[in-house]
Design a protein around this ligand. Structure first.
Ligand SMILES: *Cc1c(COP(=O)(O)O)cnc(C)c1O
Length: 419
């Protein structure tokens, strides 16, 4: 790979190599192109989650209020709007509070395991999926394995749902994953294997082990279609929340969505869903840490997963543990090529003051990774490309509610100090 030539052709990549924050607008946005997914795929995934609602409600009683549908609130945050000093309305989409696993991974991760369970159990669409809580199914599932490699939150989501169903589940984790996540999983009977190397290694090891075993389903964070489609259902569900909040999305009322990105599956699935449903008046931006901007790097250069942050001298180590990924998903980079409006990067130290501000001004707690999206509204307004008079900004808060209280307090204190 001729890195010098890449720096010449794409000066922003040189800035990224120097760990500078960048803001990038996608020149290929809106190009006509055949995609490998369609609205029918999103609707199929939504229908499957609806079928599973009777099981989810029984297995996780906290979802009784939403009748077994795992969905998060969309909350207006006037405090953060004022703090950011931008035109339009600012909302936080609180995947940080999703039931079962407290992060955006409760969408894709749970969906993929449920789909596998449906296959193994041989359920038909007209069946009552509530039967899956019965011992005979737990016994059946115990003869099958589920495995995943994860920086943390995907492991939580896959581990919790798999263990609940009764699968023999192993989570391969990078050493930099938070200790409490490993402890929590072990307490639920999940096998946790730790790797001293990075996340990519954890995934590779997990994949290798699973390949040897025909009863093992490996959740592939770098290219799973099921994960991707599980995330995309968020778009279907947000339509009603737009109506309830009087949010319009048309030529006069553009909507801007800012989502923190790691390997790309979660933000990519959500972005695909939103663009498929709302079209050209919804604008999606991905946010990444300056130390691990793998998706932005892949998109700017057009090399997608063929370039890693290590190729430009970055070690990928970041406080935003959910985003500590060195190479983008081979599935998602390609799909995003013409759907994404742009991307930007943020320094680690800036995550914490946003975390503290959101707590102080609007009373919400989210984890550091989730705060990567917060510079978005200002950056987009400043770039001058859009008329922001009637804009709605949505900051996608990707995780937080499962963070232990002492860790949450330490994050907050750090934010107050750095402010
Ligand atoms: C996983 C995760 C993301 C990003 O999802 P990817 O699929 O890795 O891009 C963002 N925020 C949090 C808190 C996460 O756990």
């Amino acid at each position: 790979m001729d890195i010098k030539k890449i720096y010449e052709e794409f000066p922003q990549v040189k800035e990224m190599a120097d760990e500078k924050e960048i803001f990038w607008l996608n020149p290929r946005l809106g190009e006509e192109r055949e995609l490998s997914f369609s609205i029918a795929d999103i609707e199929d995934a939504q229908a499957r989650l609806d079928r599973f609602s009777s099981y989810i409600m029984k297995a996780f009683p906290e979802t009784e209020v939403t009748k077994g549908i795992i969905e998060s609130p969309l909350t207006r945050t006037p405090g953060i709007k004022e703090y950011l000093g931008v035109k339009g309305d600012v909302y936080v989409k609180r995947d940080s509070d999703l039931a079962v696993s407290g992060s955006i991974k409760a969408r894709g991760g749970i969906y993929e395991v449920l789909k596998f369970a449906e296959e193994v159990a041989g359920l038909k669409e007209e069946d009552d999926y509530g039967v899956l809580t019965e011992d005979r199914y737990k016994e059946l599932f115990s003869r099958y394995k589920v495995a995943v490699g994860s920086t943390g939150n995907l492991g939580l989501s896959i581990g919790i749902i798999s263990a609940k169903l009764g699968f023999d589940v192993t989570v391969h984790m990078s050493a930099d994953a938070r200790q409490w996540k490993k402890d929590l999983l072990r307490s639920k009977g999940v096998k946790v294997v730790e790797y001293p190397d990075d996340y990519q290694k954890a995934v590779a090891e997990g994949r290798k082990e699973a390949a040897k075993d025909p009863t093992c389903h490996f959740v592939d964070d770098e290219g799973s279609k099921d994960l991707f489609l599980g995330y995309s259902v968020a778009a279907k569900r947000i339509v009603k929340q737009f109506e309830e909040n009087g949010i319009k999305c048309d030529d006069e009322h553009p909507v801007f969505v800012y989502i923190p990105c790691g390997v790309g599956g979660a933000p990519g699935g959500v972005a695909f869903g939103l663009k498929t449903l709302f079209g050209k008046n919804i604008h999606i931006f991905f946010a990444e840490p300056t130390k691990a901007p793998c998706m932005t790097l892949g998109l700017i250069t057009g090399l997608n997963e063929k370039i890693a942050v290590s190729d430009i001298g970055l070690d990928g180590k970041t406080q935003a543990d959910g985003l500590a990924v060195g190479r983008a998903s081979y599935l998602v980079g390609d799909v995003m090529t013409t759907l994404l409006d742009g991307a930007y990067t943020i320094e680690d130290d800036k995550l914490f003051p946003y975390l503290a501000k959101l707590k102080d001004l609007d009373g919400l707690f989210i984890e550091p990774s989730s705060c990567a999206s917060f510079p978005g509204p200002e950056l987009v307004e400043k770039c001058g490309k859009y008329d922001m008079t009637n804009a709605t900004h949505i900051l996608w808060a990707t995780g937080g509610s499962m963070v232990p209280e002492d860790e949450a307090r330490a994050y907050y204190e750090r934010g107050k100090k750095n402010d």
